[in-house]
Design a protein around this ligand. Structure first.
Ligand code: PBG
Ligand code: ZN
Length: 323
């Protein structure tokens, strides 16, 4: 029924009509807020390229978690920055490691809050790569043992979900096997299934002190040019036992999120990464854009594309707006 009968503007005339026909709704419970935990006490150190985000010691992290919980945010994902890094990433799977102690403290003080742990080695290796270096590159199968050990130690500490972000082949199966053998068959895996080798991770590497000391991550993270390969990665992770599939970054990969949603009958998560956050905050500071509106528009787009779970540094700001 073309014009003049059909007039789509009728349904945009007032805020009430627009609200009535709105298709996509954000909720604080959709969000997961990333936290960077450091050693020490009373530490709250702002991350230069991520205004409003902090490296926090465990005591401060627990206080932050109480606030996050009170805002109705779905959960947190923890990244640990250990005091000592070594070739073997030994801090990653130490039961007394920084993330393991943080999980126990949060679970003690804010038991209702969902705690996800990022499972990777790059914060724990002296060279900053995500696994064991053999002949100048990350060795896949040795790294699987580290990842499985880390996931089990996170589970023992009380994590609710483990989220491997390393992009080794077979990591979901290795982690699933070890969790099951250790009595954690009930613990879900949220796999960073399609994780691209992206320039959008720049600010995070300062936050997590995890920049690779040589080379880059292109031998394990995906080429941004590839979409069909992302479907293969996701199908493999699903077969290996992933419960939730993640796409990362988010806004530059909405097509991947949409294809994943159409193809796989599991929840899809998307990580609005550090560079996505920082570019909005920076442009807003320059007065070039309306930061609040762009925050909500970007989050809405990610959800509209098919992600029911969004990992985002805007979680607190967006949750406050949604109250
Ligand atoms: C580490 C990891 C990274 C991010 C999450 N886990 C960085 C990387 O792969 O270099 C990026 C998060 C962000 O940029 O906000 N495996
Ligand atoms: Zn890593």
């Amino acid at each position: 029924m073309p014009f003049p009968i059909d007039r789509p503007r009728r349904l945009r005339r007032t805020p009430a009509i627009r609200a009535l026909v709105r298709e996509t709704h954000l909720q604080p419970s959709n969000f997961i807020f990333p936290l960077f935990v450091v050693e020490g006490e009373g530490i709250r150190k702002e991350i230069g390229a991520m205004p409003g985000n902090f490296q926090m010691s465990i005591d401060e992290t627990v206080r932050e978690c109480a606030l996050i919980h009170s805002l109705g945010i779905g959960g947190v994902i923890l990244f640990g920055i250990p005091k000592h890094k070594d070739e073997e990433a030994s801090g990653a799977f130490d039961d007394e490691g920084i993330v393991q102690r943080a999980v126990r403290a949060i679970k003690r003080e804010v038991p209702g809050l969902l705690v996800v742990t990022d499972v990777c080695n790059c914060e724990y290796t002296s060279h900053g790569h995500c696994g064991k270096i053999v002949d100048g590159d990350v060795d896949n199968d040795i790294t699987l043992e580290w990842l499985a050990a880390s996931a089990v130690s996170h589970a023992r500490a009380g994590a609710d979900i483990v989220a491997p972000s390393d992009m080794m082949d077979g990591r979901v199966a290795a982690i699933r096997d070890s969790l099951d053998e250790s009595g954690f068959s009930h613990l879900p895996i949220m796999a960073y299934a399609a994780k691209y080798a992206s320039s959008y991770y720049g600010p995070f590497r300062e936050a997590a002190e995890s920049a690779p000391q040589f080379g880059d991550r292109r031998t394990y993270q995906m080429d941004p040019a590839n979409a069909r390969e992302a479907m293969k990665e996701m199908a493999l992770d699903l077969e290996e036992g992933a419960d939730i599939l993640m796409v990362k970054p988010a806004l530059a990969y909405l097509d991947i999120i949409r294809q994943a949603y159409d193809r796989f009958e599991v929840p899809i998560a998307a990580y609005q990464v550090s560079g996505e956050f920082s570019q909005i905050v920076a442009a807003a500071r320059l007065g070039w854009i309306d930061g609040e509106r762009m925050m909500m528009e970007s989050l809405t787009s990610i959800k509209r594309a098919g992600a029911s779970i969004i990992l985002t540094y805007f979680a607190k700001d967006a949750a406050r707006l949604l109250q």
